[in-house]
Design a protein around this ligand. Sequence first.
Ligand code: FEO
Ligand code: CA
Ligand code: CA
Length: 640
Amino acid sequence: MSVDDQPSNPTDNRPFVDVLGTAISRRNVMKGGAAAAATLFIAPHVANADYSGDDYDENWNRIPGSRNSRVRFEPTPNPGGPDPMISPDYEYTSIIPWGTPLFPGVPEIDPTDVASNGSANQEQQVGIGHDGIWFFPDVEDTDGDGNDDWKHNWDRRDWDYDDPSNTNGVLCLNHEFGFTSHVLGKPAPENLEDVRTMQAAHGVTCVEIAKGEDGWKEVVPSSRNRRITPNTPVEFTGPAAGSPLLETPSGSEPAGTLNNCGSGYTPWGTYLTCEENFNGYYGYTDEAYEVTPEQERYGFTAGGFGYGWYQFDERWDISNPNSKNDENRFGWIVEIDPNDPGAKPKKRTALGRVKHEGCAIAIGRRGRVVAYMGDDQRFDYIYKFVSAGHWQTMLAEGKSPLDEGTLYVARFDDDFTGEWLELSPNNPVLADWTLDECLVYTRLAADAVGATPMDRPEWTTIGRRQEVYCTLTNNSRRTEADAANPQAPNLNGHIIRWRDTKRHTGTDFRWDIYVLSDDTLPENGGDESYSFASPDGLWADPTGRLFIGTDGRQPFGNNQLVVADTRRDEFRRLFAGVDGDEITGTTVTPDRRTMFINMQHPGNGDPTRTNFPVPGAGGPEVPRDSTIVITRKNGGTVGS
Ligand code: FEO
Ligand code: CA
Ligand code: CA
């Protein structure tokens, strides 16, 4: 989302190092998309690193070998305009647009008259602002071991076949936001019913989908279809559950999830939804109210982003004494079981409270669960969580691996090493803090320990050799470059990567800039067939492909999905979106022959720009956020 790009980090955590020379010397290294990006990179060796069988040595130098390209499709042009384009080797359809009924008897939204929809319908329809997404295939216990759960081989980062379905399952997807003018057909809510409709368009959808003769479609009725909105009862778990910081004077029950941006998925088959720009929905009616330093650090203001909910629903009024602390109930990683629609979503406080963009899970040494997370704001930070024990042991003991462990924030040093700084009272800098203060006011704890301010950390993902990638989408306000954010201003963003010692569980790491967006431009030796800017959505498949979704002004045409072969630094444009849109989450069927991505805010809601999924522009249909289904015409895996 680009609505809230204002920096709210007042600290001076900006270790200046003069590495511009390094950054410049590393430009122009992708000529033709085939040269090695990191060959000029020199950094000292770090002990304990395990690079056996890797594609890179310990200094991120590529290990040469005769490898075939994994991105051999013909790239699509990106001319811009109201309709998507895809590689000639591929085809796409769109499914579950905003306003699709999830339950019998519910009408579909009328895209020529959205004002007639209303909250009662919207609460039972697919929401708007399609973003993070994951597909949970149906599975069968074909090997007879009694375990018919969804399984995933976390070493290979691929499915561990227990006969998972490639044609049926539950799709969980986030509804980050919708403009009021898009959802209601008017610029601002005029009453509580309008606010309820807006709220119902936000949150999460779980929907069963199946592939039939006419392609993929939602299944209605299905016992697993579900809407979760800002008003759905939720449960806090982990160290800050029960904290006074999460209780309101009125004793209200915790409710809802909001501004659900990136996503993740766990080895035990659950969905992780990430709450990002929650601050923008709050405001205050008491003109004498003064925001607290904690509220200021999270960006709360008198009017928020202009949603106006606080004018009709007092919960969203931070000057209302009855609902004090309600705003602390957002900014979490929230776990949802796609196969248990009656269970409350669980807010996992051990993972901290920031503007969470995504949550990439790895399995670290001795089976510990590791979660990597970006906090998307200019000059904010990258975090990781490491579970206290082996995830299977913890589950067997009735504990969630996401409830006990250690939260860290990253410091990127100018010698291309880095350190994970613990965010708990165990850290001497935070000795005066309580653990629940560290977890509820995570940004302030991270300020105190000296984390490195980054250029808007968006999605994270785990590569085929356990390296971690993170998109840094852009930062027009940066005035001082540093090693990890080497451009000032950083108008087009970059992708950073790192690898921790001790297989994700160590406190030091080695990092590298995987690609500067500017290096994909033709004037810098790149090529129009893959030039991109403002990388945002990110997912690595198990074979070394990196799928990059963009959100921002592109060098050519509309926002897009670009595929990289990380073993060869080769890039190709697979899909180009529509005018005004953003390309968000990525997921696949277990055979990876069907990919689902999301198209968010097509036309920014303006039908004169696009009527998507109706072709063209200028018609009466308001454009609708949708999930795009991508397949290769020859039946191959997506990205090949
Ligand atoms: Fe929701 Fe940072 O994009
Ligand atoms: Ca089995
Ligand atoms: Ca994003």
